[in-house]
Design a protein around this ligand. Sequence first.
Ligand SMILES: *Cc1c(COP(=O)(O)O)cnc(C)c1O
Length: 362
Amino acid sequence: MSGRLPASGEGLAPGWATQFASDNTAGVCPEAMSALQGADAGWLPSYGNDEITRQVCDRMRALFETDCDVYFVFNGTAANSLALSAMCQSYHSVICADSAHVETDECGAPEFFSNGTKLLKAHTDEGRLRVDELERLVRQRTDIHYPRPRAVSVTQATELGTVYRPEQIAEIATRAHDLGLGVHMDGARFANAVASLECAPADVTWRAGVDVLCFGGTKMGLPVGEAVVFFDRGLSAEFAWRCKQAGQLASKMRYLSAPWLGMLDDGAWLRRAGHANRMARRLADRLGCLPDVTAHVPCEANGVFVHLPADCANQLREDGVGFYTFIGGAARFMCSWATTEAAVDALAAHIEHTLQNPRTCE
Ligand SMILES: *Cc1c(COP(=O)(O)O)cnc(C)c1O
């Protein structure tokens, strides 16, 4: 998590050991790369006025089965921050999970880009925002001294690797709309969630009441970039200006948009995300056989969260195995489109080797 960049030769442990630290340690998915290379031909209009960007936006509308507005930005922090700033005035507040990336990992960018909109932290169930928390945080104060709740942000898949079912999103969104809140979805791992739910993307977004989706591209296998998808098109009226002011309008937009073509073509995004989910499932199953390892939450997408004995965790760190414990104290292992069964098995065997007790199943 340090902002310091490693010197060359530093921190270069063997492949499988480092790859589980994050799903963005993986490279670019071949489908995304070939679409990127395909876009690298000749002259095209800049700033998104090109045919490729138009095509991707049309693909998005087909994918979501609705006439949504689509924008491309460089990263998830910008996508979330700018989307929320389009939903709120500076004196408003946004209700989010206490573990939400917008709260814990965006360096105050949502507050910054909205000129002060405050985030209100809600309790969760296994990473999912509890619907009764909406009521509590909205109703506990309605006076002029309290930042007025105006939006709710849900993360799909959650920071704990769990997934909201469409009816759970609908329950939150219905309550939110009744309370006068807009609904924002941080979909940094939206692909993993949809692959896990096996539902139509529309079912877990606008049909369930989501107004704005930040559709993650980077963790899915793009070189860079996220899409901000407005289902409530009233919210996007001046969004292009927000993007430009925030330094998020790509001049050679085709390079940001084209990789999406490769991923959206022929369902590659779901196939790749489904693979990542299966690798996480495989790891969860392998670790589930180890008596000293307990699951922190069920594995529902591409992350595995487990409690390891302290000496085991320390040994893994010493061996150069990359993982984080910043969410709920559990060790997090992420899988990606590029994770192989062999890497999962090597990690599981390594963890087993560092434990005192042998496995109980197989
Ligand atoms: C990775 C991630 C983001 C995006 O982070 P950036 O580093 O800004 O691209 C947003 N939300 C969640 C839940 C994430 O895991």
